[in-house]
Design a protein around this ligand. Structure first.
Ligand code: SF4
Ligand code: SF4
Length: 480
């Protein structure tokens, strides 16, 4: 708690707010609300949370379904294992995700922020814990105003206890994507050794990162909330570049709502020059980022639709048509029509579909073996014996498959020369094993047309000829 600042509502004697982190207007006491958009938020957030929590516990072929094994430099994602050399795929995935986000933003504004962003989903959970322990908005305000007593200690303690529990589960789960989660969790269970010393069987780095992510979750979803969206998220800042007049976003229909103001039950408010807005401020009270949508489109708005649910309830009570606040476009409000088919949207969609197709093709045809061929710099450039020229190479084979394979190595020249591999015996490589071996390549001298020739070395699994990788190298011979 800190310095008390005045608010609009305080002037009418209803509310006290306190200045908190950054340039906040004070603690946001959100009103509980139900409705269509709140339900959608629940149905989009819940599968994401469940998926996030359960994924590290699933195993496929005896290993976690999702494990970013940094010490081993392997990323297990479902049935596939990715290696550092697949980094390009990851880069493409991020680019696709960015373009998909641009496309969705052009079409329906910041729905990602309002419905699926982890900051939003976790804040939703923390707000649920807050309402559960402290009650709805008015009770929270009352509790903050009253002095410390047993009830306040229990309610506040319960809330922070729940927050810490959620934050700890989040920290464990997040780090569980990088280290086996069962061992990680057991590491936090204290054990007593023979001398009676209580300790934890956990690697200090794992413990540090778990507690770090737990603390960041507690801070972001518990204390900073809308400050993250307003001041820290870069997406909030550049979204305006993607908006156009046909982007669907949460708007207040000022033509219908103004002039706003309270009215008596049977009053002919239109005759009195009033619009449908009764100025109840419910739309502000439910807003998680603490803005008034009636002031127009603002960069803080995350398009969550809670103000729509709140206002629709008010409209229902007043027997007015719903939709004073609704998802619509500036064009619709001003000219009566939204243009969905527009070049920018078409361009983004085409780019995303093209990239997804290319990505799927690359992943689908990705070979679970790689080969590197390096001319052996330690050996002589070439050796000639009985009119046969020989070069030595260092060949590195990486078995990226999930089972062991033995590999054949073949070599061919650019012009059909009779290149041959010498002294290579097929070795079995375990899954994930990298093996480096020297390989000699020879060719009859009279078949070489120049001193520098191109050869192609191919590595093929003996038990599955579709698993193959090819690498180009140069073969040096004597000048003619
Ligand atoms: S103004 Fe409405 S849609 Fe925007 S963040 Fe606030 S409640 Fe959500
Ligand atoms: S909830 Fe609706 S009626 Fe109430 S202040 Fe907001 S816009 Fe006006």
């Amino acid at each position: 708690m800190g310095e008390k600042i005045p608010t609009v509502e305080e002037k009418s004697g209803e509310e006290v707010r306190y200045r908190m982190l950054y340039d906040s207007n004070g603690r946001v006491y959100t009103r509980k609300i139900s409705g269509f958009y709140q339900k959608i938020r629940r149905y989009t957030g819940l599968p994401l949370i469940i998926g996030f929590l359960l994924m590290p516990w699933f195993t496929i072929d005896g290993r976690p379904a999702m494990l970013f094994d940094l010490p081993e430099r392997k990323f297990h994602i479902l049935w596939m294992t990715f290696w550092p050399q697949d980094g390009m795929l990851l880069a493409w995935l991020l680019i696709i995700a960015a373009f998909a986000l641009f496309t969705v933003t052009v079409l329906v504004g910041r729905v990602w922020c309002g419905f699926t962003c982890p900051q939003t989903v976790w804040t939703l959970m923390f707000i649920w814990a807050e309402h559960f322990c402290e009650g709805d908005r008015n009770k929270m305000i009352k509790l903050d105003k009253q002095g410390w007593n047993l009830e306040k200690v229990l309610r506040k303690g319960g809330k922070h206890g729940l927050w810490i529990l959620i934050a700890f589960i989040t920290g464990v789960t997040f780090v569980g994507y990088f280290t086996p989660i069962r061992e990680l969790l057991l590491g936090f269970v204290p054990s007593v050794d023979a001398s009676g010393f209580v300790g934890f069987n956990i690697h200090p780095a794992a413990a540090f990162w778990t507690l770090f992510f737990a603390f960041m979750t507690y801070l972001n979803a518990g204390w900073m909330r809308e400050q993250v969206c307003k001041y820290m998220c870069p997406y909030a800042r550049f979204q305006s570049v993607m908006y156009d007049t046909d982007t669907l976003a949460v708007h207040y229909d000022a033509a219908r709502g103004e002039h706003r103001g309270p009215r008596k039950a049977q009053e002919d408010y239109r005759a009195a020059g009033k619009g449908d807005c009764i100025d109840c401020s419910w739309c502000v009270q439910v807003c998680p980022v603490d803005i008034d949508i009636r002031d127009g489109l603002q960069y803080e708005c995350i398009n969550c639709g809670l103000c729509i649910d709140a206002c629709d309830q008010v409209m229902d009570k007043m027997n007015y048509d719903k939709g004073l606040i609704r998802f619509t476009s500036e064009d619709q409000l001003e000219n009566g029509a939204t243009h969905f088919l527009r070049p920018r949207l078409f361009g983004y969609s085409l780019a995303v579909l093209g990239m997804i197709a290319a990505f799927a093709y690359t992943v689908g045809t990705r070979q679970p073996v790689s080969v590197d061929v390096i001319r052996d710099r330690g050996a002589r450039l070439y050796r000639v014996s009985n009119d046969v020229v020989q070069n030595v190479y260092t060949v590195k084979i990486n078995n990226m498959d999930r089972r062991a394979h033995s590999y054949n190595i073949t070599v061919e020249g650019e012009h059909g020369e009779d290149f041959r591999i010498r002294g290579y015996r097929a070795l079995e490589l375990e899954e994930g094993e990298i093996f480096t071996l020297p390989v000699r390549v020879s060719v009859p001298r009279d078949q070489l047309q120049t001193s520098k020739n191109t050869i192609y070395m191919t590595v093929t699994a003996k038990d599955d000829s579709s698993i193959t990788a090819r690498e180009e190298a140069s073969f040096i011979g004597p000048t003619k």
